[in-house]
Design a protein around this ligand. Structure first.
Ligand code: GUN
Length: 291
């Protein structure tokens, strides 16, 4: 069994980005610049955004973090996005999700200039992805593709089962894996909460991408011998014995599933790190397009 270690794969991607950034700066140009907006104080969102900002610094990007109060009016957030759209020194914009109830996520996503949409959530980016046109790929599916590339996982002709149909992970993942790409050309089945025969379908899968957000949902009796398992779950589960009072659990019961697999991502230390790598790649791409 190969452990698909996100630390190793993301470090390789980040080294490439860092080298390109150094060349840009050495040529007298400004560094790529990511602006992140965080609304409220959701613990997980705080952690993710802090990690995104830290990783920008590590590869030599500039980053700006804009924090807004949890009861901020939607109009104020939309105005902040417009200012960033117009700022020629901002290459990528991301608004961390989820957002408080008073704010429409869809309006926020659509307010971001598609040329700065490094999350790839704008309908224009999603539409281009479906049509196989160059675009920003949402960071998590992009990171998974980079992971498959790094560890040379063969996908052509395989049956991939994607569990989850979100706009952020499941849906774009299913499109990428079915596309005519080096790490695509899979036959893809998308499963979701209304799929009656999930176990039967998973047992037919050469590759399973678990992105439903239910801790340890995928058990050993759902996995074919030799399958490749990509675990996208990162749920905080209360645990009084842990220092922070919680533990991070994936969507896959790693201990019982891993012995049956040919390759599997750990949680933490797997897909989460690749998501950041995907975001950095998109930010560099936005910089290169806009400059
Ligand atoms: N919330 C969970 N995942 C993501 C992501 O990839 N981007 C943003 N902006 N918010 C998220």
């Amino acid at each position: 069994m190969i452990l698909l270690d996100g630390k190793i794969a993301s470090a390789a991607v980040k080294t490439g980005i860092q080298e390109q950034t150094q060349q840009i700066i050495a040529s007298g140009k400004r560094a790529p610049h990511l602006a992140a907006i965080l609304v409220g104080t959701n613990g997980a969102s705080e952690t993710y955004v802090a990690s995104k900002v830290k990783n920008c610094e590590e590869v030599g990007f500039r980053s700006t973090l804009i924090r807004l109060d949890s009861n901020v009016e939607e109009a104020v957030l939309l105005q902040a996005i417009r200012s960033l759209n117009e700022d020629a020194e901002v290459d990528g914009i991301l608004v961390q999700l989820p957002l408080p109830k008073q704010i429409s996520e869809q309006k926020v996503i659509e307010a971001i200039d598609p040329s700065k949409d490094v999350d790839g959530f704008h309908p224009s980016s999603a539409g281009k992805l479906v049509q196989g046109l160059p675009t920003f790929i949402p960071a998590t599916p992009y990171g998974i593709m980079l992971m498959l590339e790094h560890f040379d996982i063969e996908t052509k002709g395989k049956h991939a089962v994607v569990i989850g149909r979100s706009n952020i992970v499941g849906r774009p993942m299913s499109i990428l894996l079915s596309s005519n790409l080096k790490r695509g050309n899979c036959t893809v089945t998308i499963c979701h909460s209304q799929t009656p025969n999930l176990q039967e379908l998973c047992l037919q899968a050469d590759i399973i991408v678990a992105a439903l957000g239910r801790p340890e949902f995928v058990k050993a009796d759902m996995v074919k011998e030799g399958a490749v398992i990509i675990d996208v779950g990162i749920t905080r589960v209360d645990d009084a014995t842990a220092k922070k009072g919680f533990r991070i659990k994936g969507d896959v019961a790693f201990n019982e599933v891993s012995p049956k697999t040919s390759a599997i991502t750990p949680v933490p230390g797997g897909v989460g790190l690749m998501t950041i790598a995907g975001l950095l790649k998109n930010t560099l791409q936005a910089y290169l397009i806009n400059n």
